[in-house]
Design a protein around this ligand. Sequence first.
Ligand code: PXP
Length: 235
Amino acid sequence: MRLGVNIDHIATLRSQRGTPYPDPVDAVPIVELAGANGITCHIRIDRRHITERDVRLIRDITKTSLNVELCTDPEIVNFICGIKPHHACLVPEREGEQTTEGGLDLSKNKEDIKKTISILKDKGISVTLFVEPDTFIMETAKLLGVDAVELNTKSYCETSHIEKEIKRLKDASIVAHELGLEVHAGHGLEYHNMKGILSVPHIVELNIGHSIISRAVFTGLEEAVKTMLTLIRNE
Ligand code: PXP
């Protein structure tokens, strides 16, 4: 199981005061030396946290693998094509959202999504779709020609009906795997809800941000990443 650490919340803290610190770029070697498999960051239309400058520098120094989350906005897509991260994860974006609010609606925005996938893939970037854990959506994702799906774990993290949410994740994961899609998962995962997600078959990558950066305030970033890796790899 791979761990991608989402470093956005270092930039959130920076934006809070408009200071040049803390710099998300500085997190990259620490996260990598702690043993994580990749770096994830999300550039939004309003660039309110992660900026172009961040993505450029992060790309330059990342030695593992860089996964950039983005929406289908043409200017952002064009910028990311120039950066050429290893992976791009398409996510929905609503102006003013606090964080990504759900998986992509593949029925509503299909043409936009399809076009964006083909632009990114033409540049040699592997593409993931952030989607709800629903078997029908896995089939649509396959038809769109992506390499992977990232299953949204928000409902699993917030529900009191854990078994039901685990079943949704398992069903979706099994179908995605059968279709030849790589399965990732993320959103809201933290140190105390790892057990359930690790029981879902075929997931090869977790993308985790808020809980790791929050813990880092007390333990330091290296320790926070190492503790998460221990949970992921020893379950
Ligand atoms: N995956 C995706 C697609 C996301 O948008 C986010 C949040 O930016 C995450 C994973 C990480 O979520 P969290 O910060 O809750 O761990």
